[in-house]
Design a binder for this molecule. Structure first.
Ligand SMILES: C[S@@+](CC[C@H](N)C(=O)[O-])C[C@H]1O[C@@H](n2cnc3c(N)ncnc32)[C@H](O)[C@@H]1O
Length: 338
């Protein structure tokens, strides 16, 4: 057995209790191998419903290892999962679309459906973007939202494919607004809504974060000297009962820079102001090099300064399919009670 497959064996053994629990919760999207913590850095293996998604980030996987891994997982789960291998070891973690190591069957690349907390999600092995359509380490946070949205107005910022919004709708939110600047990501969010026809319809706002959140917060939209701003969606000032803020690590647009390392405050302050009195703001930071304790202090200080002091806070950690040897998982999530 190769080193990779030995490490996979140990990872499957360590999930013996977790997987039946997830299946009982109507979840079939989860991580089966979290390489950086389980003995093969740069390799991840995820189940997305009927699909097995293998991704390599440092070097391509050997074909024999890939096929042995697929077989071992099928045997363990008693399934015949459709294999997709996305080698992302080239520049900027881009998928090698030549499929030098392994080409997926057509059946593995058609539109599929996966499940989480009883909800249906669009699964697509290949699409215009690089990442799978659902980030699995956020599952516990989506579960929290589902359990705590009854009767609330919910704003999902940097919504991507709107999993957080869908969870809020399933949890009985009276209104859900998903905001993202990428039309393609919101389009998948709309598909996710359509895949759950029993839920009330969600709202979608296609906009850059900065002008949108500053309008909602009642703050001016700053113009860089001498530079005309592109047009942006007009929104009325208002607050939401539950706001979810999960930005990417870094992104630059005409309106500002998202930079979780150097400037979390400029994202957080307007989001705090757009959260109702007695409301809840859930914020995330997925940068591994930012320590939870330091970031939490920064967040609490920022809230104090913005005149929205935090009455109580709670940490949500990813589930056991994202083990972390040092207890410091890259994705940190804070629930702030304002
Ligand atoms: C890491 S994903 C967020 C994950 C998401 N919260 C979830 O629940 O899966 C980053 C998202 O931010 C969006 N984005 C990046 N910069 C943005 C900006 N300036 N304004 C609006 N959306 C932005 C991207 O289009 C992408 O959908």
């Amino acid at each position: 057995m190769s080193t990779v497959n030995k490490a996979l064996r140990a990872a499957l053994d360590s999930r013996k209790d977790l997987l039946p629990q997830l299946h009982a919760e109507a979840t079939d999207c989860y991580r089966l191998f979290h390489g950086s913590q389980e003995g093969a850095g740069g390799l991840t293996v995820d189940r997305y419903g009927p699909q097995l998604m293998v991704q390599s980030f440092h070097q391509p996987l050997e074909r024999d290892d890939l096929l042995a891994l697929h077989e071992a997982i099928n045997r363990e789960l008693g399934q015949d999962l459709l294999l997709v291998y996305n080698d992302r070891s080239r520049g900027n973690s881009r998928i090698d679309r030549q499929d030098t190591v392994y080409q997926a069957d057509e059946a593995a690349l058609v539109d599929l459906v996966g499940h989480e907390w009883g909800l249906n999600y669009r699964v697509r092995g290949r699409h215009a973007g690089q990442d799978p359509l659902l980030f699995l380490d956020l599952r516990n946070a989506r579960g929290w939202v589902k359990a705590n949205s009854q009767g609330k107005s919910v704003l999902n910022l940097f919504a991507y494919t709107c999993g957080v919004g869908l969870s809020a709708a399933a949890g009985g939110a009276r209104e859900v607004v998903n905001l993202d600047f990428a039309e393609g990501n919101l389009a998948v969010g709309k598909e996710n809504g359509a895949l759950n026809p029993h839920l009330p319809a969600m709202g979608f706002v296609q906009s850059d974060y900065f002008p949108a959140i500053r309008q909602l917060a009642g703050l001016p939209i700053s113009q860089r000297r001498g530079q005309k701003l592109p047009s942006y969606a007009r929104l009325e000032q208002r607050q939401f009962d539950l706001v979810f803020l999960d930005p990417p690590a870094w992104a630059k647009s005409a309106f500002g820079t998202v930079d979780l390392l150097r400037d979390y405050q400029s994202l957080l302050k307007p989001a705090l102001l757009a959260t109702a009195d007695d409301g809840v703001l859930i914020c995330c930071n997925n940068l591994a090099k930012v320590a939870l304790d330091d970031w939490r202090e920064q967040v609490l200080r920022c809230a104090e300064k913005a005149g929205r002091p935090v009455r109580d806070w709670q940490v949500i950690t990813p589930a056991a399919d994202f083990p972390s040897q040092d207890g410091q998982p890259p994705l940190k999530t804070l629930v702030l009670q304002l």
